[in-house]
Design a protein around this ligand. Structure first.
Ligand SMILES: Cc1ncc(COP(=O)(O)O)c(C=O)c1O
Length: 963
C-alpha cells in the first residue's frame, strides 16, 4: 500500500478506491502492451522495467479482492521473470478487461492461468452457469483468519470445496489476517457481502496505508490499543457495521459461544459458531444471509403471478395485454413495453398480490425489509412520490392548531400538508444566497430562537414538529444530530420530519449516513445510553439550571445538551426512492423511527387511507422492492461511484483552461458561508485537503455540502439557468436537474459513468470555445457579453423573506412568533366573491403598499425557479415580495395568473379584519368619539374646576373677621 499512499490521502481518492484500482490496471496493461510491441520490434530489453513498476503499484491493493487473486498474479510474475512479454501482454489484457466488464463473476475461464479460456479447474467446481442455466449471483466473502500467511491458499481452497451445485449463489473467499486489513477490505472492496471473523486475530496491518491511518484517525472509538484479545472480534464486528451496516457478520470462536451469543454487545453478529466444527454451517449461513437481502417478496411474487394463466373479470383491461397485442391501432404499445409489463399488471389484491392499503403478505415483508435496510422501525411504500409521503406524515402526526416549525423554502407538499391537517406553520428562514438567487438551509440559531420564543410565550406545548429538507435541492446537508439534540434540549418530545427526497442514497455511504435523519437518530440513541450523556447534561444543569430560561442569551451561543433520561427519539424520514435509487418514478417511502409511534398507529392508517390510491401501481411497488435489494447488495459501491463521478466533474471543470474561464462548480466555500463551516473546510478538491479534514467537517460543521449535487455557474458564460438547461437538453441531449437565475444544478447518480462525464466535459468545452470565438470577433461582442454577464451575476433581485400572516389569521397578533392559521386563509379563497385581483404592475399595488389596506395573499405563489412559495395563503404581501415578483423573468409561476393578476383575500373576508370602509368609518367614529370625549372632558374639567373652586371656596377658612 505504501506506493499508493501518497495518492490516497487526498479526499477524492478515498471515494475513488475502485476507480483508482481500475486505473492502475489500465496503466499496467498499457505498459505490458508497450513491452510486447518493443519485443516484436526487436528491442527485447525495453519495457520490462515499466511493467514491473506498474505491477508494484497494483499489487498492494490486490490482497483485498478475490479476482484476479494470488494464483493469477503469481502466473503473471512468473511470465515477467521468464521475459515472456507476449504472455504478459495477453494475460494483463485479459485480467484488466475482466475487471472492467465484471465478466470474472460468471465466466470461469477468466480464472484460468492458461490463456485457453475453455479450460476448467477442479476447485472452481460449479462456479459459473452451465448449459443455459441462469447465471448465479456472485459475491465475495471476507475471512479474517489468524492463520499464517502460507496457510491462506489452503483455507481458501477448503472454502471453495464447500460449494454445492444446488447453491443459489456463488462466492469467492478473500482472506486477510488481522483487524486493520479486515477494515481496509470492507472499505475497498464493495463486492464483499459477508465477513467471517475468526477469534484471536491480531490487530495491526502489514500494509503501510495512509488510507487506513486516516480512516482510523477519524474513528476514535476504534481505539484498539487496550483491547483484550477476546474483545477484538466483537470490536471488529462493530467497526464493520459502522461502515457497512448491511453486511452479515459471523464469528468463529473456540470460547464459550453461548455467552457471546447472549451478549447484547455482540448483537450485530448474525451468528456465532464454535470454530472447530462448523465450516459447512458457516457456508450455508453466508449464502442464506445474502439470499435474504436478495429476496424481493413482492417482485418475486409478481413474476410468479405474471406467469400464471389468469383470466380477469375485473377492471384494468391492459392487464394480460390482450387488448393491446391484438389491437390494430395500439399494438406498438405492446411492442414498445414488452409483454411482461402487461402480464404483471393487475387490479387484484388477492391471489398472493397483497394490498397496499392493508398489507399482510409480501408487501408487508417488503416494507419490513426496506425498514431494516434504512435503519427504521417501519417503512411505508408510497406510490405517488414524496409529495404524498410528506402529506401523509402531516396527516398522521399533526392536528388543527398544532404548530410546526418549517423551512419556508421547503417543498410545497409540506405547506399543503399543513393546509390539510390544520397545523399552523411557524416559518423559519434559510440563509439567502442572493447572488445565485437561491436559499441555503435554516441556521440552528434561528430554529432554537423559534423554540425559545414559543417557550417564553407559553406555547411550547403546541409545538409538534420540526420539518427540514435534508439535503436541500442544492445540496446543503444539516447537522441532523446536532439539530435534534439541541431542539430536544428545549422540547424533549419534539418530532422531526426530515425530508430526504434527494438524499435516500446517503444511507449507503458511511461518509454521508451520519448526516441523514435516521443515521443521526441511531447515533442519538447510542449516545443516550452512554454515561457521557448524563455527565454532559449534568454539567449543563450546573451552568444553566434544569429549566432553561428562554431569555438567557447563552442558550443561543452554546451547544445545548438534552436530558438523556427524558428525550424521546421521534424521527420520520421521507425519501424519493425514485430520485436516487432504481425505482420507477413516484416510488417513495415514509420511514419511521419513533419510539412513541404507538400514539400514531391508527392515525397513520388513516393517513394511508386518505392519501394512497386504491389502485396502486404494482410496477412501482416491485421496483421499490428491487431498489432496496440493489442498495443492500451494491449500494455501497454504487454510491461511492456516484460521489467519485461528482468529484471528477468538479476537478475537470476547475482544471480545464478554457472551460474554467466561463464555468465553475461551486465548492463548499461558496455554498456554505464561513460562519457555518467551523472546521474551516473549504472544499473536497482544495489542494492538500485530507480525508481527516473532510470527516471533521462532516462531523462538526453546521452545514455540509453533498458532493453529488453540483451547482454549475453558467451566468459567467452569459447564459441564464433556463436557457442553458434548454441548450444542453435540445442540442446536446444532456438533461439537468434544476436551474437558478445564473446556474444549473447537476446531480451525479448511481447510474452515471465516466463516459457521461466525458460527454459533459466535451460539451462544456464546445460551448466555451464558441464563446471564445464570439468574443474574439470584436469589441461590440465583448461589450454585449460583459453586459449580459453583469446582468445575470450582479443585477440579482433580493430574496424576499416571509413577512407575516394577517392578524386575522393569528391567535395572538402581539406574539413574537409568526405562526398562523394558513388553512382558514386557504379556504377563504374558495369563495371568489371574497377575493380580488390586482395586476402585478398596477399602480394600485404600490398605492396599497404605501397607504394600505394591506394586501393579503389568497394562495400559494411558487415561481420555478427558485421553486419555493414567495406567498402563502393569508400572508401579508410586502414591498420586497412585490419587488421580487416584478424582477422575476421566469415563465412558470404556480398560483399566479398574469392576466388576472395577484389573487388577494378581501379584508371583509378575514375574521376580525377591518375593510377600508370600515376603517374609514371607524376613523370618523373615532374622531367623533374623541371630539365628544374631549368636549365631555372639557365640560367635566370646567365643571370640576368650578366644583373644585366652589369646594375650595367652601373649604376656605372663613375670613377672619377684622376686628
Ligand atoms: C425537498 C423535496 N421534497 C419532496 C419532493 C417531492 O418528491 P416527489 O417528486 O417524489 O413527489 C421534492 C421534489 O422535487 C423535493 O425537492
Amino acid at each position: 500500500m505504501s506506493s499508493t499512499s501518497g495518492k490516497t490521502n487526498k479526499v477524492d481518492h478515498i471515494f475513488q478506491a475502485s476507480a483508482v484500482r481500475l486505473d492502475l490496471w489500465r496503466e499496467l496493461n498499457a505498459t505490458a502492451q508497450t513491452w510486447s510491441a518493443h519485443v516484436r520490434a526487436g528491442k527485447p530489453g525495453e519495457g520490462r522495467a515499466a511493467v514491473e513498476a506498474a505491477l508494484a503499484e497494483v499489487l498492494p491493493l490486490e490482497g483485498f479482492f478475490a479476482y484476479p487473486g494470488m494464483r493469477l498474479l503469481q502466473t503473471l510474475a512468473e511470465r515477467i521473470a521468464d521475459d515472456d512479454a507476449m504472455g504478459v501482454a495477453r494475460l494483463v489484457l485479459r485480467l484488466s478487461s475482466a475487471l472492467l466488464s465484471g465478466s470474472y463473476r460468471y465466466d470461469a475461464g477468466q480464472w484460468e492461468t492458461s490463456d485457453d479460456s475453455s479450460a476448467r479447474v477442479a476447485d472452481r467446481l460449479t462456479f459459473s452457469a452451465e448449459g443455459g442455466e441462469r447465471r448465479r449471483p456472485y459475491f465475495e466473502t471476507l475471512f479474517v483468519s489468524p492463520a499464517p500467511v502460507n496457510k491462506l491458499p489452503e483455507i481458501a481452497h477448503d472454502i471453495r470445496l464447500l460449494r454445492r451445485s444446488e447453491d443459489e449463489m456463488v462466492y469467492e473467499p478473500v482472506l486477510v489476517g488481522n483487524f486493520e486489513d479486515a477494515l481496509l477490505g470492507i472499505i475497498l472492496n464493495g463486492k464483499i457481502e459477508a465477513v467471517v471473523i475468526y477469534d484471536g486475530i491480531p490487530i495491526p496491518s502489514q500494509h503501510e496505508s495512509s488510507l487506513l491511518r486516516d480512516f482510523l484517525a477519524t474513528h476514535e472509538h476504534l481505539d484498539t490499543s487496550n483491547l483484550a484479545p477476546r474483545e477484538i472480534g466483537v470490536t471488529l464486528a462493530r467497526a464493520i457495521k459502522r461502515v457497512r451496516p448491511e453486511l452479515d457478520i459471523y464469528l468463529l470462536t473456540d470460547r464459550q459461544v453461548e455467552k457471546i451469543a447472549g451478549d447484547s454487545a455482540a448483537a450485530m453478529i448474525r451468528r456465532v459458531f464454535y470454530e472447530v466444527e462448523e465450516l459447512t454451517e458457516v457456508h450455508l449461513n453466508v449464502l442464506e444471509g445474502v439470499a435474504d437481502r436478495y429476496s424481493t417478496p413482492f417482485f418475486d411474487n409478481l413474476k410468479h403471478y405474471a406467469a400464471r394463466p389468469i383470466a380477469t373479470f375485473h377492471a384494468l383491461p391492459i392487464a394480460r395485454g390482450k387488448s393491446i397485442m391484438k389491437s390494430n391501432w395500439i399494438h406498438d404499445m405492446g411492442e414498445f413495453y414488452g409483454q411482461n409489463i402487461f402480464l404483471a399488471e393487475t387490479s387484484a389484491t388477492t391471489g398472493g398480490i397483497d394490498s397496499m392499503l392493508e398489507p399482510t403478505g409480501n408487501i408487508k415483508v417488503a416494507q419490513e425489509k426496506f425498514a431494516r435496510a434504512v435503519g427504521a422501525d417501519h417503512v411505508f411504500f408510497v406510490t405517488n412520490g414524496t409529495s404524498t409521503s410528506n402529506k401523509m406524515v402531516y396527516q398522521a402526526v399533526t392536528k388543527p392548531g398544532d404548530i410546526v416549525i418549517a423551512d419556508r423554502n421547503c417543498h410545497k407538499s409540506h405547506h399543503y400538508g399543513m393546509v390539510l391537517s390544520g397545523a399552523q406553520p411557524l416559518y423559519v428562514e434559510a440563509f439567502p444566497m442572493t447572488e445565485y438567487s437561491m436559499y441555503g438551509a435554516v441556521p440552528l440559531r434561528t430554529i432554537k430562537q423559534a423554540l425559545l420564543n414559543l417557550k417564553a410565550e407559553g406555547r411550547l406545548d403546541r409545538l409538534k414538529m420540526l420539518t427540514l429538507t435534508n439535503c436541500t435541492f442544492d445540496g446543503h446537508v444539516y447537522n441532523t444530530r446536532r439539530v435534534m439534540e439541541e431542539c430536544l434540549a428545549i422540547k424533549p418530545d419534539l418530532l422531526f420530519l426530515w425530508d430526504e427526497a434527494w438524499f435516500g442514497f446517503a444511507r449507503w455511504s458511511p461518509f454521508l449516513r451520519p448526516r441523514t435523519g435516521l443515521g443521526a437518530a441511531a447515533a442519538l440513541e447510542e449516545w443516550r445510553e452512554s454515561p457521557a450523556a448524563l455527565e454532559a447534561y449534568e454539567a449543563q444543569v450546573a451552568e444553566l439550571g434544569e429549566d432553561l430560561d428562554p431569555n438567557d442569551a447563552r442558550l443561543l451561543e452554546r451547544r445545548l445538551v438534552p436530558d438523556p433520561r427524558k428525550i424521546r427519539i421521534r424521527v420520520y424520514e421521507t425519501d424519493s426512492v425514485h430520485k436516487s435509487m432504481s425505482s420507477l418514478r413516484q416510488g417513495s417511502i415514509v420511514a419511521v423511527r419513533d419510539e412513541d409511534y404507538s400514539e400514531h398507529v391508527s392515525a397513520f392508517r388513516e393517513a394511508v387511507f386518505i392519501h394512497a390510491s386504491t389502485s396502486p401501481n404494482a410496477q412501482i411497488i416491485a421496483s421499490m422492492d428491487l431498489a432496496r435489494r440493489q442498495m443492500e447488495l451494491e449500494g455501497y459501491e454504487l454510491v461511492m461511484g456516484a460521489i467519485n463521478i461528482a468529484l471528477t466533474i468538479r476537478r475537470e471543470v476547475a482544471a480545464h483552461p478554457i472551460i474554467s474561464k466561463y464555468f465553475s462548480v461551486l465548492g463548499a466555500d461558496s455554498m456554505v458561508p464561513a460562519e457555518y463551516r467551523g472546521s474551516g473546510f473549504k472544499d473536497f478538491l482544495t489542494p492538500g485537503v485530507t480525508w481527516v479534514q473532510a470527516v471533521k467537517a462532516r462531523e462538526e460543521d453546521e452545514f455540509f455540502l453533498d458532493p453529488t449535487r453540483l451547482t454549475l455557474v453558467c451566468g459567467t458564460a452569459g447564459y441564464d439557468g433556463t436557457a442553458f438547461k434548454n441548450l444542453l437538453a435540445e442540442k446536446y441531449n444532456i438533461q439537468l436537474n434544476k436551474t437558478s437565475r445564473n446556474s444549473v444544478l447537476l446531480q451525479s447518480n448511481i447510474n452515471n459513468s465516466r463516459s457521461d462525464v466525458a460527454l459533459l466535459i466535451k460539451v462544456l468545452l464546445e460551448i466555451a470555445t464558441e464563446i471564445e470565438e464570439r468574443l474574439a470577433s470584436g469589441a461590440a461582442e465583448r461589450k454585449a457579453f460583459a453586459a449580459q454577464v453583469k446582468n445575470l451575476m450582479e443585477d440579482v433581485p433580493d430574496l424576499p423573506n416571509f413577512s407575516r400572516f394577517h392578524d386575522g389569521y393569528r391567535e395572538n397578533p402581539a406574539s413574537v412568533t409568526l405562526e398562523g392559521d394558513m388553512r382558514s386563509a386557504f379556504f377563504a379563497a374558495y369563495d371568489e366573491s371574497d377575493c380580488e385581483y390586482l395586476p402585478m404592475m398596477s399602480p394600485q399595488i404600490d398605492e396599497r403598499l404605501a397607504k394600505g389596506p394591506e394586501l393579503v395573499s389568497a394562495n400559494f405563489v411558487i415561481p420555478y425557479p427558485p421553486g419555493f412559495p414567495i406567498m402563502v395563503p393569508g400572508q401579508i404581501i410586502d414591498a420586497s415580495t412585490i419587488g421580487f415578483m416584478r424582477k422575476l423573468d421566469v415563465k412558470e409561476i404556480h398560483g399566479f395568473n398574469a392576466t388576472r393578476g395577484l389573487k388577494l383575500i378581501k379584508l371583509s373576508a378575514i375574521p376580525g379584519a377591518k375593510t377600508a370602509k370600515v376603517v374609514k368609518k371607524a376613523k370618523v367614529v373615532k374622531k367623533a368619539k374623541v371630539a365628544k370625549a374631549a368636549k365631555v372632558a372639557k365640560k367635566a374639567k370646567v365643571a370640576t374646576a368650578a366644583k373644585v373652586a366652589k369646594k375650595a371656596v367652601a373649604k376656605r377658612p372663613a375670613p377672619r373677621k377684622r376686628k
